[in-house]
Design a protein around this ligand. Sequence first.
Ligand SMILES: [Zn+2]
Length: 230
Amino acid sequence: MPLYYQNSSSMLLMLIGFIISLASQLYIKAVFKKYSEVGNKNNLSGLEVARRILDRNNLGEINIFQVRGSLTDHYNPTNKTLGLSESVYGLRSIAAVAVAAHECGHAIQHEKGYIPLKIRSALVPVVQISSSSSWYLILIGMIMSIPKFVDIGILLFVATLVFQIVTLPVEFDASHRAIVKLEEYGLIDQGEVNSCRSVLIAAALTYVAAVAVSMLNLLRLLGLRNRDER
Ligand SMILES: [Zn+2]
């Protein structure tokens, strides 16, 4: 969105969004760093914890491999693989076991046919198109004064927001399953439960922040659209 389209309230919303986004990123990085430096009492690596949780849930066919980068951990339902980042895969920290267990939570969701995960997966192809094209349509619509383009762009933006909202229960549930399994299988000490929970709450906050930022952007877009109509 070029600056000449901004008014003061739009700029303020953008600034608030930027601060929310930055704060959530800094928070997860700080919490992850803190608990990456604390070893877990059972001296288990992220890989070991993930393998144990998956095997005990009859998910032995899921391959676990190491991926590059930090906080790049993910479960891929299409090829049933679990990628753990360098700071999770081989490390024996609180953060490593919490994140590894969380990713196993997604694998268990997939296995059990957890409905919000199904909805989220169904929305992925829609969002792949809508997230990249919405801003272009809005921009072209505003520059060339074609209100229909702006409206379609905003609708596509709403689709992306819906996807982000559906992601929230998926993430919270995966973290809940992670804590339950870590405790149930005795993979962490009772005194480590709250530390693991802190890591997972910080990670979940980044998804909450993404929703908040998108809502602010939607407000901005609606404000700009209504102003252009006048
Ligand atoms: Zn997750």
